[in-house]
Design a protein. Structure first.
Length: 400
């Protein structure tokens, strides 16, 4: 047998193997399509065209911080006009020398959530969530601070079928990702077990306290989102990277310009305070002790008005200086965080025999504190004008 004949036989064998492989692949794709269409073991009335949503409450996907106001978004199509964020920067910097204004970037970086941690805000079975599903959906995927990516489904999808795949994609870098679905009731809501959805929206937050969404993170998002979409039978409509990067930089510029913390200090007029005595005094003043040794003043609504640091390690026996710190963009104006912090400082002055001072050990007089209060008011007005009110869901997401 000649070399030419051997070559023909080999080529023919390769061709036959290729045809068999192709047919097997087509069979596999057809089988997966059928399995998706008939995955239920019984007649599921939720999949009928006239079905309505279920009333029971089930665990939801990445429910954000409820209770704050959010702009009413339209989830029909992605909107990526650059947000009107107003002027960057606040007037608080003018208070240098009277009160400290500090960046919280390092604290935010250390508090980045563990991607394997349980879903934040998930509603346990049998319990009722507070806000309505539509309100929660608006707090999860917000067109002003999120890059929104529509996911067109091949057909109606049940929440319990798609949740395992969606849970694989919860963040890129330190940017959280959320999903909402258009329920058969006609409302956009978080993905829940028992729900049925005809469309999905993915939203990745475009900025945090530390960084803006960058090209590498966006590329990773698109790659991983396409893999998830293949699993659930969906097709993502990915926005243009250049446009998204521009919006992300604009948003982060706003965040960086409004990332302000105001601090006032208490200096002992005599010897240093023993920590055992100090802790009791702070608890009487209303502070809660945190595991990291910091003290937090609750706002009465589940949040924090301001914190207090003893400026020493947890094992120290005494300290002669305390620092009260207000995270300005995270406290709503109606909570009057700065006023409450000043009143608390004056109360501690009487309890501990101390003086309110600035970072340079100079006494802070009432006139200076009133001037700072006016600057805080202007800061809040600027955030309100930018549609990111201090203490709102948007602000808490951006400055968390």
């Amino acid at each position: 047998m000649t070399d030419f004949q051997m070559s023909l036989i080999a080529a023919g064998g390769v061709f036959v193997v290729g045809v068999i492989t192709y047919n097997k692949w087509q069979e596999y794709k057809a089988r997966k399509t059928v399995e998706r269409a008939f995955a239920s073991d019984h007649d599921d009335v939720l999949m009928r065209s006239g079905a309505v949503g279920v009333d029971r409450q089930e665990p939801v996907l990445d429910v954000g911080m409820p209770g704050a106001e959010a702009m009413e978004p339209s989830f029909g199509a992605p909107t990526h006009a650059a947000p009107d964020l107003g002027a960057v920067g606040g007037s608080l910097a003018g208070a240098a020398g009277t009160a400290s204004v500090a960046s919280a970037a390092s604290a935010a970086a250390s508090a980045t959530a563990d991607p394997l941690a349980p879903l934040a805000g998930a509603v346990p079975p049998g319990e009722t969530a507070g806000p309505a599903p539509a309100e929660v959906a608006e707090s999860l995927v917000d067109p002003l601070i999120d890059c929104m990516i529509p996911l067109a489904l091949e057909g109606a999808a049940r929440g319990d079928k798609i949740l395992p795949s969606l849970l694989k994609l919860r963040r890129v870098g330190n940017k959280p990702i959320h999903f909402i679905g258009l329920a058969v009731s006609g409302d956009w809501e978080p993905i829940v077990h028992g729900g049925v959805y005809t469309e999905l929206q993915a939203g990745v937050q475009m900025a945090t306290r530390t960084t803006a969404l960058n090209e590498l993170e966006y590329s990773e998002l698109v790659t991983r989102l396409r893999a998830v979409a293949d699993e659930i039978g969906a097709e993502p409509a990915v926005p243009d990277m250049i446009e998204v990067m521009s919006e992300a930089r604009t948003l982060h510029k706003f965040v960086a310009g409004h990332d302000a913390q105001l601090g006032v200090n208490l200096k002992s007029n005599g010897p240093a305070w023993p920590m055992s005595t100090l802790i009791g005094a702070l608890e009487k003043a209303g502070f809660d002790v945190r595991p990291d040794g910091r003290f937090a003043m609750p706002d009465g609504h589940g949040g924090v008005l301001f914190t207090l640091s003893t400026n020493v390690n947890m094992g120290a026996e005494n300290t002669d200086r305390l620092t009260l710190l207000l995270d300005v963009p995270c406290v709503a104006p109606d909570r009057d965080g700065f006023g409450a912090m000043v009143r608390c400082a004056k109360d501690l002055v009487g309890r501990l025999d101390a003086t309110i001072v600035d970072d340079f050990e100079q006494p802070l007089l009432d006139a200076s504190l009133e001037e700072i209060a006016g600057q805080v008011k202007e800061f809040y007005q600027e955030m309100e004008a930018s549609d990111i009110p201090a203490g709102s869901t948007r602000a808490l997401r951006l400055f968390s």
